[in-house]
Design a protein around this ligand. Structure first.
Ligand code: NDP
Length: 278
């Protein structure tokens, strides 16, 4: 077969750092299982790239679809020609489909996250961190009328959440450690070094002792994240970000390969992706 960008589609995840990402592995496995003519790779882009250069890079490349991770989600939002509704509310995207030289943006983190916890019917959730992923999570939780408290190290990023959540600085949170939350979600990038926690061990342990589930949206390939490790020490059930990774990736996969928003293939794609990272 004569290969062109139309007959053989190229996809990538962009981020900084990016070498830890499991997206190439899970996308390529599903591509292979479904016998699609495509390949998924990764690009570590400079973290200070400006929006204009990012757009030019994506437009000039042969990429048909792009996943966006830390720290480019808000910048990617700015450069799209069209953005779906929930992504507009969030102000950040993690998926771009390129069609006829135009960039279409989606946020599959929100739906991917929701699929991980909806069966738990939580009433009050504490979110640690106020970056792009916290925006997705808080927006979908607020959409489902779940009470949210959100705490962050610095106060500037909390402004976005004021209409949908109770907002606290880490200092304020540490003064209210006897509060009980159904789920505590770590959306900070603190554990990326394999050892750091977003808050001191004492304060975090105190919070974890009053919750049913510690959910770290970060994941490490072969080990527990520091947040999940502490939850385990506190005898609290924990979940890392692999389930969310798979759900958001499977939804992005439907957009990338134009399989339709509610494709019956979704559960097979989720199954394949889970199989390869199990
Ligand atoms: P952002 O850069 O947008 O936000 C990072 C957040 O972490 C900010 O609130 C920042 O606080 C906080 N933070 C960073 N370092 C520390 C620290 N040492 N102590 C306390 N707080 C800290 O990142 P994203 O929201 O896009 O992503 C966050 C993490 O979630 C990443 O590890 C990413 O890989 C993961 N993720 C996983 C997904 C999945 O599918 N499993 C999907 C999306 C994200 P401040 O404002 O004070 O700087």
């Amino acid at each position: 077969m004569y290969l062109t960008p139309q007959t053989f589609k190229l996809f990538a995840v962009i981020g900084h750092p990016i070498k830890h990402s499991l997206s190439p592995l899970i996308h390529n496995y599903a591509i292979q299982k479904l016998k699609l003519n495509a390949f998924y790779t990764r690009f570590p882009l400079p973290s200070d790239i400006n929006a204009n250069d990012l757009r030019n890079f994506l437009i000039d490349s042969h990429l048909h679809g792009i996943n966006i991770t830390l720290p480019f989600k808000e910048k990617a939002y700015e450069i799209c020609d069209e953005v779906e509704t929930i992504a507009k509310n969030i102000g950040a995207i993690n998926t771009i489909v390129k069609k006829s030289g135009k960039l279409y943006g989606y946020n599959t983190d929100a739906e991917g996250f929701w699929r991980c916890i909806q069966h738990l019917t939580p009433k009050h959730i504490l979110i640690l961190g106020a970056g792009g992923s916290a925006r997705s999570i808080a927006t979908i939780l607020s959409h489902h009328n779940i009470a949210i408290t959100i705490a962050n190290r610095s106060s500037e990023k909390l402004q976005f959440f004021r209409t949908m959540a109770k907002t606290l600085s880490f200092i304020e949170l540490s003064q209210t450690t006897n509060m009980a939350y159904d789920i505590i979600i770590n959306t900070t990038s603190a554990g990326i070094d394999g050892k750091s926690l977003p808050l001191s061990k004492e304060i975090l342990s105190n919070l974890l002792h009053h919750t049913n589930l510690a959910f770290d949206i970060m994941y490490h390939k072969d080990s527990l994240t520091p947040f999940c490790n502490l939850a385990q020490q506190c005898n609290v059930k924990s979940l890392d970000g692999k389930a969310m990774l798979v759900y958001q990736a499977a939804i992005a996969f439907l957009y990338f390969h134009e399989l339709g928003g509610n494709s019956p293939l979704l559960s097979s794609i989720i199954e394949y992706m889970n199989e390869i990272i199990a």
